[in-house]
Design a protein around this ligand. Sequence first.
Ligand SMILES: C[S@@+](CC[C@H](N)C(=O)[O-])C[C@H]1O[C@@H](n2cnc3c(N)ncnc32)[C@H](O)[C@@H]1O
Length: 212
Amino acid sequence: MRLRNIPGAKEAVSASALVWQEAAALEQRGHWQEIFTEEKPLHLEIGMGRGLFITTLYKQMPEFNFLGLEIREEMVLQTLDRLKDSPVPDNLRFLWLNAARLDELFAPNEVERIYINFPDPWPKSRHAKRRLTALPMLDIYEKILVPGGQLRFKTDNQALFDWSVENFVSAGWHLENVTHDLPLEQTVALTEYEKRYRGHGLPICGLLAWKK
Ligand SMILES: C[S@@+](CC[C@H](N)C(=O)[O-])C[C@H]1O[C@@H](n2cnc3c(N)ncnc32)[C@H](O)[C@@H]1O
């Protein structure tokens, strides 16, 4: 994603009552429900970018609480901008931090569903460990998901997708709806990248993974 430097983004994101940074987030481990108005199953999107997906979903699915996680402040700021003309959401909050520390941020069984949409592919094999579907990350997801919790993964990158499928299988996850051409009707909400790729007629890979 092209990185646009937005002057004042750090300050604006830090000042938002909807955003948790690392230190505060670490203290919230095991108690994420307390930051929402009501206790509801928790859905986490990792690498939400400019937030089109999660800011659609929280309205479509008010029966869940949503956390959108993103490392770049410019992206978090643009996500916050999407909400500026809406009432403050009861069931949507944001984490501005690196997903690598996820197991320190969530207690075991704290998350009901994880969404990973169009993650950075890190195509060079020496960078494979940075991919969000690398085996050590799958181990973390498995720990923080509730029994029966699921992970939904979408990408345009077939090589990353096939590599990820192998990882899920070797880590013992159950897979469903594994496809190199996800029909638009089966996508719960579009992401920014998905909108762009579908607009160019490109196929989208997708899968649903269940914790073993
Ligand atoms: C290719 S973009 C996709 C954005 C969005 N999910 C979409 O589909 O439009 C990947 C996003 O993941 C974020 N990201 C990458 N690595 C991350 C990490 N370790 N922790 C949190 N966010 C990360 C990037 O900053 C970027 O916004």
